[in-house]
Design a protein around this ligand. Structure first.
Ligand SMILES: [Zn+2]
Length: 364
């Protein structure tokens, strides 16, 4: 069957290539339209779109799929430990009865190490896509700044390896943007950082991130429904990560309302486990396609289970952990100094459970 089908598939591939060639030759190239442009939605439009998406279920059409090149899955050789899953956790974020109810042995000391139930099964994460908007280069004083793809991959691999200790296989994909579009995205990011207009509009790092996320979702990611997007960027000042009461800072962070994580350099190419730490915040969020929430809000479609769960959700992963060696505790007092978290830092059991609870990890 396979031998029979192969020439047929090749024929159709050839036909497709030929059609593309003829269309391009006829001058019907959509390149200009497909270049990176800013997409701006008001909060009302975003809310309306979210509700439409929630109602649409799986019927929502896929994107055209031709804006980005294919995403590439990395770490295909990876996997959780073959010998079973009994990592050390720290248990500080929730009440003792909540651990015990899930078969978890709680240490008697605060921030003590804890063992999970013996039958803990390996998990897999939702897709985590990454895109490097930065470049590695010398600044005016000759110091090297910015991200190379290799440096970004190093930080990501560090996270993959650490999560494997916790029986979670991260599903990581690199987004390959076509060259001219990447140049435009970089120009937009730079304009946002420097406070200059882009395409005649005033832009900020937030609006550029929002726009890149919207494009990625519309053009490529409509399936699967949930994802996280990590953007490696140049250094920025005072990015607002959410509503007016949210943090404004100049270091790595998760946006409240879109599933985007920004990681700037300087300082974060020198930060150990910066991606690991941010993924604890990110995988603990409620994710609905191109939207995200740091904790459950009163959206009936999300079946908000009540105020107590809302508050517990926030404590589990959105706020910084209370134990110094919780990987979910950044302990960063100076935003210009790289984060230095060791491999030996632990995951809080509440974070682990919250990833599952939100459907961002699941048993393989
Ligand atoms: Zn943090």
């Amino acid at each position: 069957m396979r031998e029979f089908m192969t020439p047929l598939i090749s024929f159709f591939r050839l036909l497709g290539l030929l059609a593309c060639f003829i269309l391009a030759a006829c001058g019907r190239s959509g390149d200009e339209e497909e270049d990176f442009i800013l997409i701006r939605l008001t909060e009302e439009e975003k809310q309306a779109e979210l509700l439409t998406l929630l109602k649409a279920g799986d019927q929502f059409p896929q994107g055209s799929g031709n804006f980005f090149d294919e995403t590439i899955q990395i770490d295909e050789e990876g996997g959780v430990p073959a010998g079973g899953c009994r990592p050390d956790f720290v248990a500080q974020r929730w009440r003792p009865d909540q651990y015990q109810a899930r078969g978890f042995t709680q240490s008697t000391e605060r921030c003590g190490l804890n063992k999970p139930p013996a039958d803990l099964k390996p998990r897999e994460s939702i897709p985590i896509h990454w895109l490097n908007l930065s470049t590695r280069r010398a600044n005016a004083t000759g110091a090297m700044i910015g991200w190379s793809d290799a440096m970004a991959e190093t930080r990501i691999q560090e996270a993959i390896d650490w999560f494997e200790n916790y029986c979670i296989e991260l599903n990581v994909n690199k987004v390959n943007v076509r060259a001219n579009r990447l140049a435009n995205m970089r120009a937009a990011m730079t304009a946002g950082i420097q406070g200059r207009p882009f395409q005649g509009e005033n832009v900020t790092v937030e609006t550029v991130s929002d726009s890149v996320n919207a494009l990625l979702y519309r053009e490529e990611l409509r399936r699967p429904r949930k994802y996280l997007l990590i953007l490696f960027t140049d250094a920025y000042q005072n990015v607002r990560f959410g509503d007016p009461d949210s943090r404004i800072n100049r270091t790595a962070g998760n946006f409240e309302s879109i599933p985007v994580i920004l990681v700037p350099d300087p300082p974060d190419s020198a930060s150990t486990h910066i991606i690991t730490h941010e993924l604890i915040h990110g995988l603990g969020k409620v994710l609905v396609r191109q939207s995200s929430f740091p904790f459950l809000r009163n959206i009936p479609e999300l079946e908000n289970p009540g105020p107590e769960a809302v508050s517990l959700n926030r404590q589990a992963t959105w706020d910084e952990g209370g134990c110094p060696f919780d990987m979910g505790n950044a302990e960063r007092t100076d935003q210009d100094v790289p984060l230095a978290k060791p491999n030996s830092d632990k995951m809080d059991w509440a974070s682990f459970w919250q990833f599952d609870r939100n459907g961002n990890t699941g048993i393989k």
